[in-house]
Design a protein around this ligand. Structure first.
Ligand code: G3I
Length: 393
């Protein structure tokens, strides 16, 4: 009897073991298949472009602070690079001479570290979102050159110093050029002269020698602006000042600029270093003067005739947007040897600055995720070619 029981027990045990082995094997098989499937047919942007370029998104304060719960799953599934949309800019992070507001940026650093994402610092020196006190002498008159450069030094040492080793790269100077390639007559230039450019990059390099340092601007597909950016960066590099790459913001339309115009700039900028698409979005709404780019001051009064898709984006325009993104990503993949990163300027249509520019209060649809963080046809259009290629292998 006991022998019988023992045999029974051992065969049950073997069965159980075999079963659990089978289970484990099945699970293992399941996981391998899932992993193989994920590799074979990536269902995320970051997996799709693994080894080609990082894929990022600009996060607003609420997303960085974890106050937008629906955003996190999309962010962690699809992106391996984060940029601060506003919270690391001079105004928000350094509102008064002796006052810094680090909490939102610290939260963004923590989020990027928690998920092993590269963090892009945006931006140390810009003519916009920089408080008036920076450019004034406290008596309502313009600051002196020395005063302004001293303030810039203090700001860069404090902000870039705080995030040393945590920021993968900084947009050191943003939008210092006009579309004709000449230097923008900003208060930085009019008060401190071109020296502000040299000083900003030298300081950033001294404070965080490991962080990549970029020059970032919009309308960089325009030949005159492209040449201006090349002149600006080459001048610095020839003086032994480190500039590792050029950021093309990528605030584009459904037709404009052409793929050929974008390609010409990618190739030209790659001669000086890395090329990044830093603020990608595609404006589908009609625009009063058919203007594009991102001059935040170029705004228009609200006019219903320019707010044409308040009840959702017609399928015909969804398809146009999907095709436009597919064409643009085909170009990026063609030049993945030159492009190190592609960042979307926002996560979902609800977060986009294009709901308020160049006309406040519009309903815009420039990104890959809709207002409920659900994928739009454009996401599939971007992933599909990679899936096809992966499955063909
Ligand atoms: O934080 C204040 C808030 O306290 C106040 O209640 C609210 C009222 O208007 O304004 C909030 O500040 C807004 C800020 O975004 C944060 O949301 C500013 O008004 C608004 O002008 C600012 O817009 C940002 C814009 O840069 C400013 O220039 C956009 O979100 C941001 O997407 C945009 O990003 C720029 C890049 O940095 C550089 N390239 C172009 C790109 C688009 O303009």
């Amino acid at each position: 009897m006991r022998l019988h029981k023992t045999l029974l027990a051992s065969s049950l045990l073997t069965a159980a073991l075999t079963f659990s082995c089978n289970d484990a094997q099945q699970n293992a098989n399941a996981t391998t298949t899932e992993t193989e499937a994920a590799i074979a047919a990536p269902n995320s942007l970051k997996a799709a472009f693994e080894g080609e370029f990082t894929i990022g998104a600009a996060l607003n304060g609420r997303q960085a602070m974890g106050q937008d719960a629906d955003a996190i799953p999309v962010i962690t599934q699809h992106f391996n690079s984060l940029t601060a949309e506003n919270i690391m800019k001079w105004g928000p992070i350094h509102p008064e001479p002796d006052k810094y507001n680090f909490e939102p940026a610290d939260a963004l650093v923590a989020l990027s570290e928690q998920h092993g994402m590269e963090l892009i610092g945006h931006t140390l020196v810009w003519h916009n979102q920089t408080p008036d006190w920076v450019f004034e002498n406290g008596k309502g008159k313009p600051a002196s050159k020395a005063q302004l450069l001293q303030r810039m030094e203090g700001h860069i040492r404090t902000v870039a110093g705080r995030y040393k080793g945590k920021v993968h790269g900084w947009d050191v100077v943003n939008e210092a050029l006009n579309d004709d390639g000449t230097l923008r007559q900003s208060k930085w230039l009019t008060i401190a002269g071109e020296e502000f450019l040299e000083k900003a990059y030298r300081l950033a390099n001294e404070v965080d020698p490991e962080a990549e340092l970029y020059y970032n601007d919009y309308n960089m597909w325009k030949p005159a602006k492209r040449d201006g950016a090349i002149r600006l960066v080459r001048n610095l590099q020839e003086k032994g000042i480190r500039v590792d790459g050029i950021g093309m913001q990528g605030h584009w339309g459904l037709e404009n600029p052409s793929i050929a115009q974008i390609e010409e700039s990618i190739i030209a900028f790659s001669k000086l270093g890395k090329v990044m698409i830093t603020e990608l979005d595609i404006d589908v709404l009609p625009n009063p003067s058919n203007r594009n780019g991102a001059d935040i001051d170029a705004t228009f009064e609200f006019d219903e005739q320019y707010n044409v898709y308040t009840n959702g984006l017609p399928d015909s325009v969804q398809q146009k947007l999907a095709q436009r993104y597919a064409d643009i990503f085909a170009l990026f993949r063609k030049h993945s040897d030159k492009i190190s990163r592609v960042t979307f300027w926002g996560v979902s249509d609800a977060n986009s600055w294009l709901n308020d520019w160049p006309i406040k209060g519009r309903t815009s649809y420039p990104l890959l995720f809709d207002r409920n963080y659900q994928p739009k046809p454009a996401l599939e259009a971007v992933l599909q070619p990679v899936n096809k290629q992966a499955n063909a292998q």
